[in-house]
Design a protein around this ligand. Structure first.
Ligand SMILES: [Zn+2]
Length: 415
């Protein structure tokens, strides 16, 4: 049996890029013809469809946030002019906002590569705990699981008690849902006297829609021997990325173009730097170009040992609004937490100021003694994690950092 869902996952980067460009050109051509809003925005920008053919050409178009999409769809229901009003969709999903999404199921491989990479196969019986009501989640995950041959139990949002019973009676081997809900199901099973590892057959779980904390992953994998995987997507654009068995980043899906951009300028950041995840799903009916997810990530360009040739995303831990931008680079809460973990009991705080029109980073580290080793180690770790350097490190006596829970304080005054 192949290790890959299909050959697309292992084609050369060049081949992938060429296909992206062909499909993007076609989507632009159709969008200009069939979507009133796309035509209008191209005309306003003095762009012809032939001006947007490559991934980097996308930078000529604005980023569309979720808020913007909702505004358009409310003003001009159902699709805000992004789709042909006569479009024949197989389904129309909705999500709070409201956001309406026309959806084609034909040739739809949504989520399938992600489930395949997580090891789901024909022999699996999978509990799909996502809602099947109105939203895209339940049905699209269901179909992804079906595409890899698994048998699906559409348990949806049933109670934890019901989920435990289904797992037991049906010999469920896989779980699709959020990590916190799986933990709640396990807790319920244990309350009911089950020894989860012995009495249930659950051996694999695929999570999406919620971050998977490392501590929780460790519990699932070591205490319960459940192999865990993450996928990433957004209701407006479908699947975006998925984890393979290496678990070192998420492979970008084959039917989306992902850009990592500076939200202030809409331009791509240097590969490897943090930026907003901006997604264009290549399709023929819903012409949403450059959807801004509001999530922060970076791209890993190095080859993955699994053999898949797509670039990977380095997880998602933060929202754009939670990060502080310093010298053009984001410093995200997850990065600061990572540094904190490296210096376990040593409180620190970063203070960002502006001096001579430049951002200035001061790190205050609490220590009883003036420890130059600690200072050097901190500087190196910070550079490794955040890709920018600390300008100054100050050692301060224990208890001297105010508001210790704040790892970063932005004192810049932009007036
Ligand atoms: Zn891989």
């Amino acid at each position: 049996m192949s290790e890959y869902f299909d050959d697309k996952e292992i084609r050369s980067k060049e081949e992938r890029k060429n296909e992206y460009h062909l499909r993007l050109s076609e989507m632009v051509r159709l969008g200009y013809k069939n979507s009133r809003r796309v035509k209008e925005s191209f005309d306003e920008l003095n762009l012809a469809p032939s001006d947007v053919r490559t991934v980097s050409d996308l930078e000529k178009l604005p980023i569309i946030s979720r808020e913007k999409l909702i505004e358009w769809e409310l003003k001009e229901p159902p699709y805000g002019g992004l789709s042909d009003t006569e479009v024949k969709a197989d389904r129309i999903f909705t999500s709070p906002g409201p956001v309406y999404e026309p959806h084609l199921t034909e040739n739809d491989q949504l989520w399938a590569r992600g489930y395949y990479a997580a090891g789901f196969r024909e022999s699996d019986i999978v509990l799909n705990t996502f809602s099947y009501h109105m939203v895209a989640a339940g049905l699209t995950f269901h179909e992804g699981l079906r595409a890899v041959g698994a048998t699906v139990v559409p348990s949806g949002t049933s109670t934890t008690e019901n989920q435990v019973q289904l797992m037991d009676h049906l010999g469920v081997t896989g779980y699709a849902g959020t990590p916190s809900f799986l933990k709640a199901i396990i807790n319920k099973a244990e309350e009911g006297g089950y020894d989860v590892k012995r009495d249930l057959k659950l051996k694999r779980a695929s999570f999406v829609a919620e971050p998977l904390e490392k501590s929780l992953r460790d519990i699932f994998e070591s205490e319960y021997q459940i192999d865990t995987y993450q996928m990433y997507g957004a209701t407006e654009v479908g699947d975006i990325a998925y984890e393979c068995k290496e678990k070192t980043g998420w492979h970008i899906c084959e039917d989306v173009i992902v850009e990592i951009v500076d939200p202030a300028t809409g331009m791509s950041v240097t590969p490897g730097n943090l930026g907003e995840v901006v997604v264009t799903r290549l399709n023929e009916i819903f012409f949403l170009f450059r959807f801004g997810t509001g999530d922060l990530s970076r791209v890993i360009e190095s080859d993955c040992p699994c053999g898949r040739t797509s670039y990977r995303l380095d997880g998602i831990a933060d929202r754009v609004g939670d990060a502080v931008k310093v010298r053009g680079m984001f410093i995200a809460p997850s990065q600061l937490k990572k540094i904190k973990e490296c210096f376990k009991d040593i409180p620190y705080q970063l203070v960002i100021t502006r001096e001579s029109h430049k951002d200035y980073v001061t790190a205050i580290i609490e220590s009883k003694v003036d420890n130059q080793d600690l200072v050097e180690r901190f500087k190196d770790t910070f550079k490794d994690v955040c890709e920018i350097r600390v300008d100054k490190c100050e050692i301060a006596g224990p208890g001297s950092i105010p508001e210790k829970d704040k790892l970063i304080v932005d004192k810049r005054d932009w007036k």
